[in-house]
Design a protein around this ligand. Structure first.
Ligand code: CA
Ligand code: CA
Ligand code: CA
Ligand code: CA
Length: 478
């Protein structure tokens, strides 16, 4: 609730500070520069609180304009904003996904393993997870001598404070903006997690209950969807939308990961409202997802190898198209999953006949299919055991750039083959005897009480190499 008392008090103080005085006033509470003001000087008021000791002019994140001193309507300021937590002039602290020194870069100067993905937040550290703010992802880029963290993409950063019932600048107060006299919009700050293949229904009338002229929903997906935006024709995505021009969106994803949803609402008075939020789709366990820039003309097969075995890539110790779809015969002794985990997928009818979802399973098989990724799941992998991931360029001609994303417990933990780290020389097709193999990575999940909480992922390099992808037609063995 907004405190009228605090507003009036602060206004009174501001008025007092403006008046003639011969006394030192101390630091203006509405100012954040951390220095005492001379009696004749009043710092420009802004929305930072006294608890924020950082001079924003020195950071990459300037504050929004704030309290204008004119006590009309709900003109107010955030009296107790979160501390920015900036440590100016220091080296960034590594491994926390934060921009500790507020220079606009996350974990700069830190080492990492190429292909690793971590959650990150591009904003003042103290605002992480506040209000609308949601972490994005950053990928470790191969950098010759030292690998380094790439830009923090996705998520929701602190933004301008809109009148939408949400704390957009993530300072701890929603709608702390003099313009928010009347707030008609109730955007969500967080949404429940979803599951692959399960329709996710969002009712826009929960956000705006007035008379509406038009609704428009858009959704953006993860790395494969980003790739498909520029490489598929017509553009294909890994999810479907229904009702995107109505108040009720039904969004059905096929992959794990973060999806950004925006709804644009045009009210009958012509006002345009928008809400943007993120939905986490979290398939359990270990998921290996593959897509390529030439999905319509080539067939690339994903293979996931069983732990404690080095048997052939084309046999019962590997999950691949030959044995791992609904009609397959693979049996690693793993428990089956409920039918709902796979019945909504492209082989749903076959799994429904079976009555359950097998583990491991190839639940999306892509064979020269425009904009279709391939996906292998193990819902409950073995704790502390190592699974190896390999791709085989099965059929097609010419060079192709595959992309592999590895999810553990519903979060992207590694991505390989994304620009600027494209996979080179993946250009020779052929099945078990001749096509290129890309040995991607070894994945060791952490599983607690049947729930995959994390994993350790080690990218594989050619024998004798300490960097680069391991691609070639030989050897054909593990
Ligand atoms: Ca950091
Ligand atoms: Ca930094
Ligand atoms: Ca705010
Ligand atoms: Ca707001």
């Amino acid at each position: 609730m907004r405190s009228r008392f605090a507003l009036v008090s602060l206004f009174a103080l501001w008025v007092a500070a403006c008046g003639p005085s011969t006394q030192g006033l101390g630091d203006d509470v509405a100012d954040d520069d951390g220095t005492d003001d001379a009696s004749q000087e009043v710092d420009a008021p802004d929305i930072d609180a006294p608890t924020d000791a950082v001079d924003d002019a020195a950071t990459a994140y300037p504050d929004a304009a704030g309290f204008d001193g004119n006590p009309t309507c709900n003109d107010w300021m955030c009296t107790t904003p979160v501390n920015d937590g900036c440590m100016l002039g220091t080296s960034d602290i590594c491994g926390d996904g934060l921009d500790n020194n507020c220079n606009g870069e996350v974990d700069e100067g830190c080492t990492c393993t190429a292909g690793a993905v971590q959650q990150c937040f591009l904003g003042p550290p103290g605002r992480r997870g506040q209000g609308a703010c949601v972490d994005g992802m950053q990928t470790c880029i191969e950098g010759g001598e030292f690998d380094y963290w790439g830009p923090c993409n996705g998520g929701i950063r602190p933004g301008a404070e809109a009148c939408d019932s949400v704390d957009n600048d993530c300072n701890g107060c929603a709608d702390d903006n003099p313009a928010c006299c009347v707030v008609n919009l109730q955007c969500p700050t967080s949404m429940p997690d979803g599951d692959p293949f399960q329709p996710y229904v969002i009712d826009g009338t929960q956000f705006y209950s007035g008379t509406v002229t038009s609704w428009q929903w858009t959704v953006t997906g993860g790395p494969c969807d980003q790739l498909f935006l520029t490489t598929t024709n017509p553009v294909r995505q890994s999810f479907t939308l229904a009702g995107q021009n109505t108040s009720m969106l039904t969004f059905t994803p096929s992959l794990s990961g973060d999806y950004t949803v925006t709804v644009t609402i045009t009210a009958s008075d012509g006002t345009v409202y928008t809400c943007t939020f993120i939905i986490h789709i979290r398939g359990p366990g270990l998921r290996v997802e593959m897509c390529s820039n030439r999905s319509g003309t080539t067939d690339i097969d994903t293979h996931v190898h069983r732990p404690d075995s080095t048997a052939t890539w084309w046999g019962p110790d590997t999950c691949y198209f030959g044995n791992c779809a609904a009609s397959g015969s693979i049996n690693w002794g793993y428990a089956n999953s409920p039918l709902s985990a796979c019945s909504g997928g492209p082989q749903g009818a076959a799994w429904t006949l079976l009555g359950y979802c097998r583990n491991p399973r190839l639940d999306i098989d892509s064979i020269r299919a425009n904009g279709v990724p391939e996906n292998i799941n193990i819902d409950v992998p073995q704790n502390a055991k190592t699974y190896r991931v390999m791709l085989n360029y099965y059929s097609g001609t010419g060079a192709v750039n595959p992309l592999v994303n590895i999810y553990c417990g519903g979060y992207l933990r590694a991505t390989y083959g994304q620009a600027p780290d494209l996979v080179p020389d993946f250009d020779q097709s052929g099945a078990s005897s001749s096509g290129d193999l890309w040995r991607v990575a070894d994945v060791t999940p952490t599983v607690v009480n049947g729930v995959t909480t994390d994993c350790t992922i080690t990218p594989l390099h050619a024998p004798g190499m300490s960097s680069g992808y391991w691609v070639g037609t030989q050897p054909r063995t593990y």
